[in-house]
Design a binder for this molecule. Structure first.
Ligand SMILES: Cc1cc2nc3c(=O)[nH]c(=O)nc-3n(C[C@H](O)[C@H](O)[C@H](O)COP(=O)(O)O)c2cc1C
Length: 367
């Protein structure tokens, strides 16, 4: 069924295909009672309560696919157990010049340098407010700093805090995106000092607002899966996060480097800079999941994301330490039916390995 649609989508450039897919999703949403039954996998072995949230399935939609929270109910309809909208920034932004999203079919990958295009925290928080009473399942918001290189230092922290104030009251969790590879100013919060300042400011806001919303932090993938933390900075960040009270980690964002690609060198060069996602990221994000699980003694939940295309690639992340999963590129290549296939496949793999519940498999191959 997706074969035909995929041909149509892949005949367009990647961003136009995405916009058409979102339009289709919005159109299909009012009719979802007619079709959503086909996508649902209800099984108690996949149900989890994590950080105060109730997840009916472990596979969620990754940030970037629905930046402005325009089709949230649709994603739950196609079987996702949770949805992360965003990245949302304090000020709306048109993002980088087009073209800015590219497919690498030979690698089953995407490269994007969208540059945090989004409607901004005011507009999206209004949309989220309208949603929040419908109890579809956990909805998270991915927050990033407004894409403007002149917003730095204390202003950058204020910018993040402003988004938090507007959005946090209307979502089930917040993901602090300190790892977007597509901004002119670079990753301004992935060094320990500024990371600590950001976390302190966000926790302060949380206390002031009297909110109980869990805070997850989304990190960059390692360049080398064999050596996840060559400089030691990641370890510092993780220890800081644990000490300051982060509720969980998301591993990982897209990669800035191009290691491990099969696509022709010329094609890769023509595309230029941007974050790489999809199959080539799988091993590297799994290595980060494993590292985080070990470093935090399995005490903090990890959302594993990067190159999940099927139950096997999802299960690898569970064994490495992820209790929840997310995907984006796999959805582009495999279509919405992939969510059900992964949930079903996970049940088959759990049975094969003698686990009575997903949580029993989490971190079983973290060593
Ligand atoms: C077009 C595109 C836009 C993205 N935008 C965001 C974003 O705004 N915030 C974020 O944290 N991650 C963003 N991501 C990264 C994804 O959430 C995910 O971490 C990454 O793509 C790896 O997962 P995947 O291999 O399943 O795609 C984006 C990815 C793509 C392909």
């Amino acid at each position: 069924m997706y074969g035909l649609l995929k041909k149509v989508f892949f005949s367009m450039d990647a961003e136009s295909a995405h916009l058409w897919a979102l339009r289709g999703a919005r159109l299909a949403t009012p009719w979802r009672s007619l079709w959503q039954g086909f996508f649902q996998v209800e099984d108690p072995r996949l149900v989890q309560d994590i950080a105060g949230m109730h997840f009916r399935g472990p596979v969620g939609l990754a940030a970037g696919a629905d930046k402005n929270a325009e089709a949230v109910a649709f994603w739950f309809g196609v079987g996702f157990g949770f949805v992360e909208v965003g990245a949302i920034t304090a000020q709306s932004s048109a993002g980088n010049p087009k073209p800015r999203a590219f497919r690498l079919p030979q690698d089953q990958a995407l490269i994007n340098r969208m540059g945090l295009n989004n409607h901004g925290a005011v507009a999206t928080s209004e949309r989220l407010r309208a949603l929040s009473k419908r109890a579809l399942g956990p909805v998270g918001a991915n927050l990033a700093k407004t894409h403007d290189p002149s917003i730095l230092g204390d202003d950058a922290i204020d910018d993040f805090a402003q988004s938090f104030r507007l959005v946090a009251p209307h979502v089930d969790y917040i993901a602090l995106n300190v790892s977007c590879p597509n901004t002119t100013e670079g990753k301004t919060f992935e060094d320990p000092t500024s990371f600590a300042q950001l976390l302190e400011a966000i926790f302060q806001e949380k206390t002031t607002l009297g909110l109980n919303v869990p805070i997850f932090v989304k990190l960059s993938p390692p360049v080398d899966p064999e050596d996840v933390d060559p400089s030691g900075e990641l370890g510092e960040i993780v220890d800081l996060g644990c000490r300051l009270g982060v509720d969980g980690w998301i591993a990982s964002n897209t990669a800035s480097d191009r290691s491990g690609l099969q696509s022709p060198e010329k094609q890769i060069q023509l595309i230029g800079r941007g974050g790489l996602s999809g199959r080539p990221l799988a091993q590297r994000s799994t290595a980060l999941v494993r590292y985080l699980y070990r470093r935090c003694d399995g005490k903090l939940p990890i959302i594993g994301v990067g190159g999940i295309f099927d139950a096997e690639s999802a299960y690898e992340k569970v064994l490495a330490g992820a209790s929840l999963l997310q995907m984006y590129t796999g959805l582009v290549y495999e279509g919405p039916g992939v969510v059900k296939r992964i949930h079903r496949g996970l049940l088959r793999l759990l049975e094969r390995d003698g686990y009575g519940h997903l949580r029993e498999a989490v971190g079983k191959k973290a060593d």
